[in-house]
Design a protein around this ligand. Sequence first.
Ligand code: FAD
Length: 387
Amino acid sequence: MTYGGDQTFPEIREAVRKLCARFPGQYWRALDREREYPTEFVTALTEAGFLSVLIPEEYGGSGLGLSAGAAVLEEIHRSGGNGGACHAQMYTMGTVLAHGSPAQKAAYLPKVASGELRLQAFGVTEPDAGTDTTRITTFARRDGDHYVVSGQKLWISRAEHSDLMVLLCRTTARDASAKPSDGMSVLLVDMREAVGNGLTIRPVRTMINHATTELFFEDLKVPVANLIGEEGKGFRYILSGMNAERILIASECIGDAKFFIDRASHYAKERAVFGRPIGENQGVQFPIARAYVQMTAAELMVQRACDLFEAGLPCGTEANMAKLTASEASWYAADMCLQTHGGFGFAEDYDIERKFRETRLYQVAPISTNLILSHVATHVLDLPKSF
Ligand SMILES: Cc1cc2nc3c(=O)[nH]c(=O)nc-3n(C[C@H](O)[C@H](O)[C@H](O)COP(=O)(O)OP(=O)(O)OC[C@H]3O[C@@H](n4cnc5c(N)ncnc54)[C@H](O)[C@@H]3O)c2cc1C
């Protein structure tokens, strides 16, 4: 089926679809069962240049806008795959691009663009600091030419499959900072040197195949040359990259919703119960139609957020609203699709139960729905703050 938003980047979409056809449901199911990383898929995407679409041409990327990246990720998800294994390779470099020194950009970005370096780990969350990032306690103490990092991070995805990690840590304790959001800094950690020399990675098994991990830092030495931007201003740098992340993840949700709507529509026409296709019953039709309406509305919100982002205009609220509407549309579509399939929705071979589990994540990460509602309530509607 063709949807309204499919008109953008038709050539990119077609190429991504072709690539994804080489990685069918069987491929993802086998990996899901063993919680293994989709190495072949990520290599194919990298080689085709789809993960470097946001890197400017001067650094070896294709320099396309965010909406091109959104089209790539949407098509991956619509095909039944999962971009979570590598989506961060697209946008994590944004911190280096926006706030890194000319030397850092020259050293890293061309290699990230070619795929020689994977920069797809993003270390912010800690066991006692999720939603409230200012509570992080992982600390980088300056010692000559190095920082010495101690602490713990949780839910750091792809850490085992990344050469570099953007790490947010405290360089001044929260209590000693003028504002809670001051005193945090961003370090670029070379994982190849760090693991075994102060950094230990422990995989965390979850309900989805997401290669997420727990990180333990014990006096890890990171060169001061790997500080991104100014010391103490890291929170602002991380925030500035979050709009891209939210919009791109919203586009994955749109892809998921289209996957579920396609599958449900097809099945409802084929499956006969009481001697007629179940899709003839309005009790089956209406949830599919509702899913389509919700997905289309969310898709417009994602496009609006992309447009603002690409025009360099403020888009924090729109990025948040795109992520909220898209993640709710994909979750509604997932539930609808499972229901439409009856018992078969639970069978692994249909890929619906896997996608159902996978799309649920996006109401919690990278930011939970409640926090988006809180942003809209207080920043847009000027309602009193609750925290
Ligand atoms: C599979 C997976 C992968 C992830 N990958 C990464 C990663 O690569 N890097 C990284 O840094 N992090 C990652 N995360 C972490 C993710 O960003 C956090 O889980 C998320 O920000 C929520 O934080 P929390 O889990 O600590 O929830 P908490 O902050 O403990 O919140 C728990 C619940 O309470 C609600 N809540 C809290 N405060 C309020 C309030 N004031 N009002 C209303 N509701 C409230 C929240 O909305 C949430 O539903 C990942 C998480 C998962 C599950």
